[in-house]
Design a protein around this ligand. Structure first.
Ligand code: ATP
Ligand code: MG
Length: 511
């Protein structure tokens, strides 16, 4: 008997429905065709054990399984359940009249239990699009799949539940989540709040500007000055995620098998890979391609703590994605693309020993050591960072203050207003939404300076010996500062403030 059952393959962040045909004939053998990889070929052992342990069997017959479309590579062990159900129906062990209305995915344990799968959200979206009635998947992933409305999503713990479901026994119910309500409920309360940070008004102002214009930022300061603490709080002042952004980000986390309890991610992600991270874990790839940290940070913040400690080649591979806001992974037979639009926050100590020009520092570094340390971050990556700011530890009296500082929600209101001005300004551009994304043509158009501002900038560039690359950055940041005041024209005080955020361009740093 020939039976058709449906599974799904995920490439990048999009799913494609896979038709699995199971044919049973006289004879002996188990043949899988249609570009399955080794993990799928090994499925027969898992299926045989799982069925046997639950009172069913993988009969000694000639079993031929075809997975279509044949030219698409199918990977991983998530087709176990699809194949098992197909075999049960094709061998007449169970009846399943509604089989063709469901997408079924799950990895089997030998006892018939189910293991989580990757990409459940993308699969659910595709299943809905193609008019399937439901999606049966491991219970671990049910919340991310149930985000999709108009599709019955069933989370199951073992193969027996699936058998009972198709045979009309048991009481398996679809999981229903009111996504919209969940989404708006969780938006308001950030996990880390700026009100926890004592003092540091200057740095907070700077981060507000960075968030407002989407500017990448680097924090420079000695150990314990609060760099990590500050960076962690940046997502909380970015404008709230839209539903579209939340879905994009959740999809990537789902594909990486990293969704948490909640299902839909309504908070912007904060990713903080360690400086020993490999290029693959940072930008994505591998033999079963997976999204990397820069994609897990999509629509949120990527924090590179101790930037100069990262391997140079690792920083190199980030350049293109930083520019393109997506990363393309090429293999001999296919290429896939993951989105990677994030704000970069980097931190560094002022020197390899941790201190700079500080007579009280416990360690000091030679000029050669300094040079080596700083040369690692100069060039391409630093060129994409608009704001440099020095972070000094807050004095003890400030730390012990009990007065609560301004909350992230308050700061976020101003950021959101400034962003709205920018969205309006750039409404006729496709890939331009906020000031940091401006190219030199846009800068000339939208950052025009009056005489006073121009002469201030000229003097400052000469006096502080600022490099040419600083020029455009200063204009962009000044534009954002003016937007925070809802002013049409950039004023000298905006330029003056923006100039302060170029520490690393001054003499003594990178020269
Ligand atoms: N302004 C502040 N308000 C409240 N607590 C602070 C402040 N600055 C630092 N702290 C405290 O000091 C701790 C250390 O700060 P943090 O880890 O952010 O420093 P850092 O600059 O990242 O240091 P390192 O260079 O060692 O990574 C924080 O966990 C926090 O408890
Ligand atoms: Mg730190």
């Amino acid at each position: 008997m020939l039976v058709k059952v449906f599974g799904s393959a995920v490439f990048g962040v999009e799913a494609t429905t896979i038709t699995v045909e199971v044919n049973i004939d006289k004879g002996v053998g188990y043949h899988l065709v249609g570009l399955p990889d080794n993990a799928i070929k090994e499925s027969s052992y898992r299926i045989a054990a799982a069925l046997k342990n639950n009172g069913y069997s993988l009969p000694v017959k000639k079993i031929t399984i075809n997975m279509a479309p044949a030219d698409l590579r199918k990977e991983g062990s998530a087709y176990d359940l699809t194949l098992a159900v197909g075999i049960l129906v094709a061998t007449g062990q169970i009846k399943a009249e509604e089989l063709s209305q469901y997408v079924i995915m799950g990895e089997l344990s030998l006892d018939g239990g189910l293991q989580p799968i990757k990409g459940a959200l993308s699969i659910a979206i595709k299943a809905k699009e193609e008019g399937f009635k439901g999606f049966i998947l491991p219970i671990h992933n049910v919340k991310e799949a149930a985000i999709v409305e108009g599709l019955d999503v069933y989370g199951v713990e073992n193969v027996l539940q699936v058998i009972d479901f198709f045979e009309g026994r048991g009481d398996l119910q679809p999981t229903l989540i009111d996504t919209q309500t969940e989404f708006s409920r969780t938006l308001e309360f950030p996990e880390f709040d700026f009100s926890d940070v004592k003092g540091q008004e200057g740095i907070k102002r700077c981060m507000e500007i960075a968030a407002s214009g989407g500017h990448n930022i680097i924090l420079i300061g000695p150990p314990g000055s609060g760099k990590t603490m500050l960076a962690k709080r940046l997502p909380s002042i970015l404008p709230p995620m839209t539903m579209k952004e939340a879905l994009e980000t959740t999809k990537i986390h789902s594909v990486a098998g990293k969704t948490k309890e909640a299902g839909l991610m309504s908070q912007r992600p904060f990713r903080s890979p360690h400086h020993t991270a490999s290029s693959v874990s940072l930008v994505g790839g591998g033999s079963y391609p997976q999204p990397g940290e820069i994609s897990l940070a999509h629509n949120g913040v990527l924090f590179l703590d101790e930037l100069p400690e990262f391997k140079r080649e690792v920083l190199e591979v980030m350049r293109q994605p930083l520019e393109d806001r997506e990363v393309t992974i090429s293999r001999a037979k296919f290429t896939i693309t993951y989105p990677s639009s994030f704000m970069l926050v980097a931190s560094m100590n002022p020197s390899p020993g941790g201190y700079f020009n500080d007579p009280n520092a416990p360690v000091s570094s030679s000029p050669a050591e300094m040079q080596r340390y700083l040369s690692k971050i100069s060039g391409p990556l630093l060129d994409r960072i608009d704001i440099h700011i020095e972070v000094n530890p807050v004095p003890f009296e400030k730390l012990t203050e009990t007065r609560k500082a301004e909350s992230s929600v308050e700061i976020r209101k101003r950021v959101t207003q400034a962003r709205e001005i920018q969205s309006k300004r750039f409404e006729n551009f496709d890939n331009l939404h906020y000031n940091a994304q401006m190219g030199s043509k846009h800068i000339r158009e939208y950052c025009a300076l009056d005489e006073a501002s121009l002469s201030l900038l000229k003097t400052a560039m000469e006096r502080l010996n600022l490099s040419a690359r600083a020029y455009d950055r200063i204009l962009k940041v000044a534009r954002t500062i003016a937007d925070l005041e809802a002013l049409e024209n950039i004023k000298p005080n905006h330029i003056a403030e923006a100039i302060q955020y170029r520490s690393l361009d001054r003499e003594g740093w990178l020269g």
